[in-house]
Structures are given as C-alpha cells and as structure tokens.
Design a protein. Structure first.
Length: 725
C-alpha cells in the first residue's frame, strides 16, 4: 500500500500498525544494556577492526611499539574510540602514534589523551580513501597523506617570525623598477592629516573623598592626526593620484593612470558600489599597489602555512599550562575550556588550521592584557566587493589576506564577524565554528560549567533565527559521512558526553557495527540497533540518523516510534525539544524522499501514522492529503488549518506563532502546481481569513504575515490597516 516493495500485510491488522506497535513496546520487553547482546557485538567488532588495522600496518611495513598498543587498549573508552569510531581505524591509529612521536608519551598518554584523540580522529576526516587504491601515502595531489610514524626527534614548538624581507627600494647598486618607485613615492611623501575615530572612556572624575566616580560608557572620539602616506590614501584622493602620476612619469613610467575618484574609496565610503567602471579601476589600483607592497617586502607574499596537528596541539597545551598569577587567572577566567574534556567536544578545536603566528598575536593580547574581542568593524555593503573593501585600507601589513588580523584591519559583515569570533574563541582554547543562518553568518561554541562539570553547545551573533535554523560549518564528524549539520547535532554531542562518554562512544561504535552488516540485513535490524544505542545513551543521534537515512517507508516510521519510546522520560521537555523534533523531521524527510503510496488507502494509513507522530512536514502532509481526496481534499484541509490557526489564543500575542503559520502556508502553497492554480488556492485561503486579516500587537494593528504572503501569491495588495487599537 505504501510502496510496491513494502512488506505484506500481517493477518488480522494492517502490517504498518502491527510493526509500529511492536516497535513502541519493544524497549519495555528488552533486556538491560548489560545483557542485551550488543555489548558482545561491540566487543567483537573492535577485535576485528583491531586485527584488520594491524594487518594493514604489517602490509605497509609499519611496526608499532607494543607499549603504544597496550596504551590504546588499556582504557575501554580509548580502545573503542580508536578501533571503533571510523570505518577504517588506520589513520586514527597512525595519527595518535605520530602525535606521540612528536610530543612525547607523557603528554599524549598521561596529560592530554582526549585532546590527542580529538586531533587523531579529526585528521582522519581530512584524508581521502579510494576503494581501489586505498589511503594516500603522500603521492596524492593536494590530499594529506597518512600520518608518518617514522622515528624522529621530538617537536620543538617554534612560532614563525614575520616573513617579510624588506627590499631597499633606493639601492644605488641596481636599476630601480616600477615597484621601487611606487614604494618610494609612498614612503618619501610628507605625512598626511587624516581623521581617526576611536572609542574612549570619559576622563576619571573623583569625589570629595578622592574616590573615582563611575566613568560611564565609552564614546566615539574623532581626531585629526598625522601619519605616513599609504596606498589607500592615494586610491581615495584625486589630488594624491595626480601627484602619484606625475611622480611616476618623472621616474620613467609615463601614462600610468589611476582615476579612482575623490573619496570614492575611503574609510567610511560606499559611493562607488554601483559604478562598475569605477570599481574596475579601483580593483586595478588595488592590484598595482598590493603587488608593489608584496614584491618589496612590505606585505607577505602569501599567508603563513597551516600548522601540523602536533604543532597545533603543542601550542594549545603550552597556553593551557601558562602560569597566570592568581588574580590574572581569575580575571581572564582561565582556562576558558578544559583541554581534558571528552574528545568529541574538542573536534572543532582540533580542526583549527590558523597559522601559529596569527594565533600567537591574538593569544599574547589575551595573555598579557586580557583582551578578548570577538567582533570587529561592521562596514556594510562595501564588504561584498573584495577589491573595494581591501582598497579602503591598503597599507603595509605583516599579515596576509585570510588572516584574523586582516579581518580586524579591513572589517566586514557577518561572515567576517563570525570568523573573528570563532577564530578568537579557538585561539583561547574554546572549540568554536562559524555557522550559517538564513542570509546570515553566526557562530557556535562549546561551553563548560566548572560548577557542575556539564557541557553545552551555544550560539552567538544570532540574527535571523535560533538554533532551529542554524547550520554549523564545522563537520559533524561522528559518522562516516561528516559534513555540515544543524546546530542540534552538535548540541547532542555535548548532551551525550554529559550523559557519559563511554556510552556515547559505544553508541558511535554501534553505527560502524550496523554499517558492517550485509546491506540486505540492515533494514531488519535497524530498530534493534537504534534501541540498543539509545539504551546506552539517549543522545545517540548518529545511530538514529544513519539508520533513518537508509530506511524504507515502514522503517522510517518505525525508527521514529522506537526513538520516542526509548527516550520517553529521559529528555527535558524544554532543553531537548529541538532534538526530539529533529529526529521526527529526519524520519519524515526520509519518507518524503521515497515514492508515495500506491493508492488512497496507503496514503490514509500513512497519514494516520504521521498525525500520531505530530508530523510538521507540510510538503509530506500535502502529498498525503492529495493522495486521499485529490486537490479538493488538499484545499479543504488547508482551509481547516487556517480555521484552527484563527482560533489559537497565541495568534495575537506571539509573533512567532503568526510567522510560523505564514511559513507553513508558504510550504503548502509551494506544492500547488501552476500559476492559475496557486492564485485560486491563495484566494480560497484568503476567504477563510475574511474578517480576521489584522492582528493587534502592542496596541497597533498589523496585517497577519500569513495574509501578506497569500496576497502576494494571489497577485493583489494586502489590506490596509487603521490606526492604533
């Protein structure tokens, strides 16, 4: 009924009802975790993975010390993490040994085994494996090789210095080129007066007892100051352009023209954005001066290299061990995040590839002065044009484009702000990442409460919604797909580790056990695997997600029911609401991706299951409604939804309620085919709204956003509203 390839009906009851009832009651009839049979399956999988991995090492001529392997196997959680959290544990094992060679057994085995695991597992997601040729051993084009375990001297952490090598642009021993003359014009020019803006606290004022009064908020102060000429000044000034062109002509380069306008590009200007020809001239001028700065050693030729995982780990550990004075440690709230946290929480930190010199400059400001700025200068629309933005502040600089320092200097919009925030948090040892929202870039970070020992994944710089619309840019590296996932996936990692690292890792291993099954056996065992994982840890989202992604229609519904039954009474209704909702969405999205039922009875059966599960997938619901009663039935059910919404008490009180219903109508309307049909459907919905088009918010009348959307779909203006009510 649901699909041509579904199981047949059972005797006495529809097959779907029987299956779902069985799934719902299974946890109550299941054995405890200790004797549910899956502990033995986990142990067997780890044994096989270990054996296969060591055989692969032998094939490659790699011999690992017995004491290192004993260290891996000594702790059950570490053993499961190394041998069981990737489909192929080889790169994890070799990375862990590579770190030990570079950093020493004490740091890797005793002091920071969780951080070492995080680096080893994170790196394994960077490697490309081809089923035919295997892992890259160093000959892959642009692909990192398997970590080296060749014996070597311990790493000596070295922070690279400024890579610039200034060229003597007035060297009498050689013929000066064009770039020499460009730099000489800038550096020999008399200082210019420019406007400088800064935020400053009011001066201290003391009372009659000599005690300083509160200083109030910082205010913006504008001053005129003298400073050396830089390229940005020339690009922004018609008079300086004329001087420059004359100078270059006198030094053998006639015909050089900038023509970039007067203040068209300036510290706070946006006027050139709409003039394409002017923008092209500005871009050419930017390239001209940038090349001169680079070739003459005033700017780096390229960004510093990314550190190795050993360098990155050593740098973080060095900072973590810094001996702050007691009062400084308290003022800086150091450490900001424990490097001994469970490895799943440290993956964002291990993924940081910022060059050490860039990190060091920010770290020193935090270490020595307590500076922790996670938001830069927001500059508006000009940030969308790289050359325009860069030309505004082009000057000699010790860091290259792409660095956090350049972001601080040039400013930007939300993407830059999110990057500044996430990078700064990682520099002070906090796992963090940028994150996408509709039309916006935010950031997320892990948080630790020293009082309770609990962890959370929290968002910052949100603008267009909450956690439910936030997609984290760091890979969710807890299955064999990786990639970007919604905020709740990363929150589930924190919740899962709070529940217990051992149970969380066991649940991850179960994903690999299930993946190792013959494909034909997986559907029949999916519910049992999900139940086993959730018995261990109610936040076993990797197992739930993996099985749902491979399920048929009956399986997807059964898995959602199995999840609900397994977590009943174990989740917080408020804190974990999005987690529960996300699992339902995964199951229903899987159903939407599968072929629909063959007839009305199948649609009716599916709809009953979806309604019982509280389905909010309007596209899937619309498909069922049409499958049962055709287009007329779909329209009738949509109208009933409008009527129910109009009687909701929160409609006038909660803006999010009306916005959510407008989004729902947008989704439903999107399933209507053809412009004429869309118009007719919108008009039918508007008739249901007749007399209720206006909401009253804080004493003012506003048109319901659902009505605004319907009017747009119907091709007419929304109704006007009167004055306050």
């Amino acid at each position: 009924m649901l699909h041509s390839n579904c199981r047949p009906r059972t005797a006495g009851a529809p097959w779907l009802v029987a299956l779902l009832v069985a799934a719902a009651i299974a946890p109550a009839q299941s054995p405890t975790v200790a004797d549910d049979g899956f502990a033995a399956r986990i142990a067997a999988h780890l044994d096989v993975a270990r054996s296969n991995t060591l055989a692969a090492c032998s094939t490659r001529g790699i011999e690992l010390p017995a004491d290192f392997l004993a260290f891996v196997d000594a702790d059950p959680v570490r053993r499961a993490s190394v041998w069981g959290c990737r489909a192929d544990p080889l790169p994890v094992l070799l990375a862990l040994r590579s770190l030990e060679l570079d950093l020493g057994p004490e740091l890797v085995r005793r002091d920071h085994p969780q951080l070492a695991l995080a680096f080893a597992i994170q790196r394994s997601y960077m490697l490309a494996r081809d089923e035919a040729s295997g892992w890259n051993d160093g000959d892959g084009e642009g692909t990192p090789a398997l970590p080296s375990v060749t014996p070597r001297a311990p790493l000596v952490l070295t922070i690279p210095g400024d890579p610039r090598q200034p060229v003597a642009t007035k060297d009498p021993g050689r013929t000066l080129d064009r770039d020499d003359h460009i730099v000489n014009f800038l550096e020999d020019h008399a200082p210019i007066e420019v406007e400088q803006r800064s935020k400053e606290l009011p001066p201290l004022v003391y009372d009659e007892r000599g005690v300083a009064k509160p200083r109030g908020k910082a205010v913006e102060v504008t001053r005129q100051v003298l400073r050396p000429l830089v390229a940005a000044d020339v690009i922004a000034s018609a008079s300086l352009q004329a001087e420059f062109e004359s100078y270059m002509a006198a030094h053998g380069h006639p015909g050089l023209r900038l023509d970039t306008g007067d203040r068209a590009v300036h510290w706070y200007s946006t006027e050139a954005i709409g003039d394409q020809a002017l923008r092209e001239r500005i871009a050419a001028a930017h390239t001209l001066f940038l090349d001169a700065y680079r070739r003459k050693g005033r700017m780096p030729m390229q960004r510093d290299r990314a550190p190795s995982m050993a360098e990155s780990m050593a740098w973080l550990v060095r900072n973590d061990r810094h001996a702050f004075a007691a009062e400084m440690k308290q003022a800086r709230r150091w450490p900001r995040f424990p490097l001994q946290a469970p490895w799943p929480l440290l993956l964002m930190l291990a993924a940081d590839d910022q060059p050490l010199r860039e990190r060091e400059a920010i770290w020193l400001r935090f270490r020595d002065h307590g500076e922790l700025e996670t938001y830069g200068e927001y500059i508006g629309g000009i940030a969308q044009q790289f050359d325009m933005q860069s030309a505004r502040r082009l000057s000699p600089f010790p860091f290259a484009y792409g660095s956090i320092q350049m972001m601080w200097k040039d400013g930007g919009v939300c993407g830059t702000m999110g990057n500044i925030g996430a990078r700064t948090w990682r520099i002070v040892g906090v796992p963090a990442s940028t994150a996408g929202q509709p039309g916006h870039c935010a950031l997320v970070r892990m948080e630790h409460d020293p009082a309770t020992g609990r962890y959370r994944c929290v968002g910052e710089q949100y603008a267009t919604g909450g956690d439910e619309v936030t997609t984290v840019h760091a890979g969710w590296n807890h299955d064999d797909r990786g990639g970007r996932r919604g905020m709740v996936f990363h929150q589930s990692v924190a919740w899962g580790c709070n529940h217990g690292l051992a149970s969380f890792v066991d649940a991850l291993v179960l994903v690999r056990v299930w993946n190792a099954l013959p494909e034909a056996e997986r559907p029949a065992q999916a519910v049992a695997f999900v139940q086993a994982a959730l018995r261990r840890n109610p936040f076993a989202l990797a197992m739930v997600d993996t099985t749902i992604a491979a399920a048929d229609a009956a399986g997807a519904l059964a898995l959602v029911d199995a999840f609900d039954a397994a977590v009943a009474g174990r989740l917080d209704d408020q804190e974990h609401a999005l987690y529960r909702r996300t699992v339902h969405q995964l199951g229903h999205a899987r159903l939407r991706a599968l072929p629909p039922p063959a007839d009305a009875a199948g649609h009716r059966e599916l709809l009953a299951a979806l309604e019982r599960q509280g389905c909010a997938d309007d596209v899937l619901l619309a498909r069922c409604w049409r499958g049962i009663d055709g287009e007329a039935g779909f329209t009738s059910r949509c109208r009933a939804a409008v009527e129910s919404y109009l009687t909701a008490p929160a409609r006038n009180k909660e803006p999010k309620v009306s916005r959510a219903f407008a989004a729902r109508l947008e989704a439903l309307g999107g399933t209507v085919k053809g412009k004429a049909a869309k118009t007719a459907w919108a008009e039918a919905m508007l008739r249901a709204f007749a007399g209720h088009e206006v909401l009253v918010r804080k004493g003012k009348q506003v048109v319901d956003p659902a009505v605004v959307h319907l009017c747009k779909l119907a091709g007419r203006e929304p109704p006007s509203v009167g004055g306050p009510k």
